[in-house]
Design a protein around this ligand. Structure first.
Ligand code: SF4
Ligand code: SF4
Length: 319
C-alpha cells in the first residue's frame, strides 16, 4: 500500500490506518486472540499505521498482534486526561502495555473547543515534555471541531492533527453548532501547509456512510493535506476490500454487507444531551449511571434514525 510522510514528523504511514477501537469491548468486543488476529492480518496486508487510545483499552490487542513478528507499525495513542499527571500516567501506561520505549504519536483526545484546549494546558505541557525526553516522537490533538483544527494549525508545537472529516459533514462541529466539510477541508489544508501531519477520522461518518463506501473513500483520499485515513476493521475481508478500493481494483458496485450491523454510543464522545433518546422510535436508548446514552440491543431496530441527531457523532454503526 502507498505510504505518505506525515507532515514534518518524518513518519511514513500507509494511506489507510487501522482504527483499533473496533475490535475492543465498546464495539465488536472480540477476544484479544480474535482482535489480534484481525490486526495481524492488516499488518500482513501492508497497513503500518495503528490508532488506539487510553480509553479504548485495546493495547493488549496490539501487543498480541505484534508479538513474535518483525512488524514495526507507527502507533498513535491519545488520552482524555486534563492534567499533567493524568497525561504522564497515560503515556507511561501505553509504553508498558505496548512494550515500547517510544510511542510514535500521542495526542490530546477529542479536544472540543478552544477553552477545552486551554483547560488541558497541564496535559499539553506533559506531552511536550514527553517529546523532549524522547518518550514520544510527535504530539498533537484529535478533534471534531473546525475551530480546534484552526487553532492547531497556529500552534507551532503541534506536530499532528487528527480531525473528523467525511463527504457529508457528519459530526463536524463549529462553536456550539455544526461545521461543514468545506470549513474542515480549509483547516486541514492550512495545517498541512504549516507542516502538521494530518490523518482523518470517521471517513464513513461512524458507519452511516458505508452505503456510499467508495465515494466516501475517494472524497477523503482526494483532500489536500491528508496523509492517511483511520478505518475500523473487525474482519479480514473488510481489510481486503479497502485495499482494493485504494488500489482502484474494487468492484465498482461493491457495498458492504450490513446485515450484522449494530449501533453503539462511544462513551468518550457522548455529552449526554438526550437528542437520541427523544429521536429513537423504539425507546432503545437509555441514560446510564454516568448520564450518557447507551443502546439496549435487545430492542434496537438498527434503523439508524438516532445517529444524525447526535451533535458529536457519538453514535456509531458497526458490524
Ligand atoms: S438505531 Fe433506531 S432503534 Fe436503534 S437506538 Fe437508534 S433510533 Fe433507536
Ligand atoms: S445524541 Fe449523541 S451526545 Fe446526545 S445523548 Fe445521544 S449519543 Fe450522547
Amino acid at each position: 500500500m502507498k505510504t505518505n510522510t506525515l507532515g514534518n514528523t518524518g513518519l511514513q504511514v500507509t494511506e489507510v490506518g487501522f482504527g483499533v477501537l473496533t475490535v475492543g469491548k465498546t464495539q465488536l468486543n472480540l477476544t484479544v486472540e480474535e482482535g489480534a488476529a484481525v490486526l495481524r492480518y492488516g499488518l500482513e496486508r501492508g497497513i503500518n499505521f495503528l490508532d488506539t487510545a487510553e480509553y479504548y483499552e485495546t493495547y493488549p490487542f496490539i501487543r498480541k498482534a505484534l508479538k513474535g513478528t518483525s512488524f514495526e507499525p507507527v502507533i498513535a495513542s491519545k488520552s482524555l486526561g486534563l492534567t499533567y499527571r493524568s497525561m504522564e500516567t497515560a503515556i507511561e501506561d501505553a509504553r508498558i502495555a505496548l512494550d515500547r520505549d517510544i510511542i510514535d504519536i500521542f495526542l490530546l483526545h477529542e479536544v472540543r473547543d478552544d477553552p477545552d484546549f486551554e483547560n488541558r494546558a497541564g496535559a499539553w505541557e506533559c506531552l511536550q515534555d514527553a517529546k523532549a525526553k524522547g518518550l514520544v516522537t510527535a504530539v498533537g490533538l484529535s478533534t471534531h471541531h473546525v475551530d480546534v483544527a484552526a487553532k492547531a494549525a497556529e500552534v507551532n508545537e503541534i506536530d499532528v492533527l487528527f480531525p473528523l472529516i467525511n463527504l457529508q459533514s457528519l459530526g463536524i462541529r463549529k462553536g456550539s453548532g455544526f461545521g461543514t466539510k468545506e470549513e474542515m477541508e480549509l483547516e486541514i489544508k492550512r495545517a498541512a501547509q504549516r507542516g502538521k501531519g494530518v490523518f482523518a477520522m470517521k471517513v464513513f461518518g461512524g458507519g452511516n456512510l458505508v452505503g456510499r463506501y467508495q465515494e466516501a473513500i475517494r472524497y477523503v483520499r482526494g483532500l489536500e493535506g491528508i496523509s492517511s485515513m483511520m478505518v475500523g476493521f473487525g474482519r479480514q475481508h473488510e481489510i481486503d476490500r479497502i485495499i482494493e478500493a485504494v488500489e482502484d481494483s474494487l468492484d465498482p458496485t461493491y457495498i458492504p454487507d450490513l446485515t450484522d450491523k449494530k449501533i453503539s454510543v462511544d462513551q468518550g464522545d457522548c455529552i449526554g444531551c438526550g437528542n437520541c433518546m427523544v429521536r429513537c422510535p423504539n425507546r432503545a436508548i437509555f441514560r446510564n449511571d454516568l448520564g450518557l446514552a447507551e443502546v439496549d440491543h435487545n430492542i434496537c431496530l438498527t434503523c439508524g434514525y438516532c445517529a444524525p441527531v447526535c451533535p458529536v457523532r457519538a453514535i456509531i454503526m458497526f458490524g
